[in-house]
Design a protein around this ligand. Structure first.
Ligand code: PAF
Length: 287
C-alpha cells in the first residue's frame, strides 16, 4: 500500500494505473475508521482490481459551531486498517492540497441539500459535494462506495454524479451496527455511558416502524409519531428531525407504498446522531 499526500503524486499514480486498464473502487472517508468503513473497503475489494481510499477531514462540510477541531483523528491506526483491508492507494492530503490559497469554486446541488439534515446544517452538503467532486476528478474511480447511514449524502451525491456526468457508479452498502443496533459512526466516541445507553432507542424505533409498515401501516404521520414518542421518552435525547420522505426528492411522503426513507437526527448532549431505514427493503438510489 502506498500512502500519498499530494495531488501531484495521486495524479501520477492514476496515470500509471490507467495504462493497465485496471478498475478502481474508491472509498472516500474522514478517517477514524470503523467497521462501517471497513465493510465499504471489503466490498470495493471484491468488485474492483484496485481499491483506493482517502482520509480527509473536510473543513468545508463543518458549520462554524460544529466539531471540526475535535473530530477524532486516528491516522496511524487508520493506515494499518487500510493495509489489512488490501487497499492499494491511501490518499491523506493536508487541507492546503485540497483547498490551495485562492480556492473559490463550489459544487452545489440546488434543492436536495435543503431537506432533512440540511435544515440545521445549511452549508454541509455544499462542502461534501465540492470535496467529493474534486476527489472523483483526481481518483477517477469506476465505483465509489458509501454507507446507507448517510442516506441524504448518498442521494445528493447521486444527483451530483448524474448532473455532472461523472463516469462513476455509486455503490451503497448497508449500515453497520453495534450488537445492540446503534449505527456505527465516528461520532459515537463522543457519547458518555448514559447517552450511549439511551442512543439505542434510535435503531429500536426504526426497527419498530419497519414492523408497523410490514403489518400494513400506510400513514406516514403514524410512523413519525411512533418514533417521536419512543425518543422523547429518553431524557437525554433532543430531536432535530424525524421525517418520512420520498427518496427521489426528499419531500414528505403523503402515503407509504414502500421505498420511502424514514430518517432521523437526534442530539445527545452536543453529539448529533443520524440513522434511517428504507421501508420495504428497497434501495436508496437506482443503480
Ligand atoms: O461521509 C464522509 O465521511 C464524508 O462526508 C465524505 C464523503 C468522505 C466527504 O468528506
Amino acid at each position: 500500500m502506498r500512502v500519498l499526500r499530494t495531488v501531484a503524486e495521486l495524479r501520477s499514480c492514476r496515470k500509471d494505473l490507467s495504462r493497465t486498464g485496471s478498475s478502481v473502487g474508491f472509498v472516500p472517508t474522514m478517517g477514524c475508521l470503523h467497521e462501517g468503513h471497513l465493510s465499504l473497503m471489503r466490498t470495493a475489494r471484491q468488485q474492483n482490481d484496485s481499491v483506493w481510499v482517502s482520509i480527509f477531514v473536510n473543513p468545508t462540510q463543518f458549520g462554524p459551531n460544529e466539531d471540526f477541531e475535535r473530530y477524532p483523528r486516528t491516522e496511524s491506526r487508520d493506515i494499518e486498517l487500510c493495509r489489512e483491508c488490501g487497499v492499494e492507494i491511501l490518499f491523506i492530503p493536508p487541507a492546503r492540497e485540497m483547498y490551495p490559497e485562492g480556492s473559490q469554486t463550489w459544487v452545489e446541488v440546488e434543492h436536495l441539500p435543503k431537506a432533512l439534515c440540511g435544515a440545521s446544517r445549511p452549508t454541509h452538503f455544499r462542502g461534501v459535494t465540492t470535496v467529493v467532486a474534486k476527489l472523483f476528478n483526481l481518483v477517477q474511480p469506476d465505483r465509489a462506495y458509501f454507507g446507507q447511514k448517510d442516506a441524504q449524502q448518498v442521494i445528493v451525491l447521486d444527483r451530483m454524479t448524474r448532473d455532472l456526468d461523472f463516469p462513476v457508479r455509486l455503490v451503497v452498502c448497508p449500515t453497520v451496527r453495534e450488537s445492540d443496533g446503534l449505527a456505527l459512526s465516528s461520532r459515537n466516541v463522543y457519547l458518555d455511558a448514559e447517552q450511549r445507553e439511551q442512543a439505542v432507542v434510535l435503531s429500536q424505533a426504526l426497527a419498530e416502524v419497519e414492523e408497523l409498515f410490514e403489518k400494513g401501516e400506510r400513514d406516514p404521520n403514524k410512523i413519525t409519531e411512533h418514533i417521536h414518542n419512543r425518543i422523547q421518552a429518553m431524557p437525554l435525547a433532543r430531536i432535530d428531525y424525524v421525517s418520512v420522505v420520498r427518496t427521489t426528492n426528499l419531500q414528505p411522503a403523503e402515503k407509504l407504498d414502500g421505498g420511502e426513507l424514514v430518517a432521523l437526527a437526534v442530539f445527545f448532549g452536543t453529539t448529533r446522531l443520524i440513522d434511517n431505514i428504507v421501508l420495504g427493503e428497497r434501495s436508496l438510489i437506482d443503480t
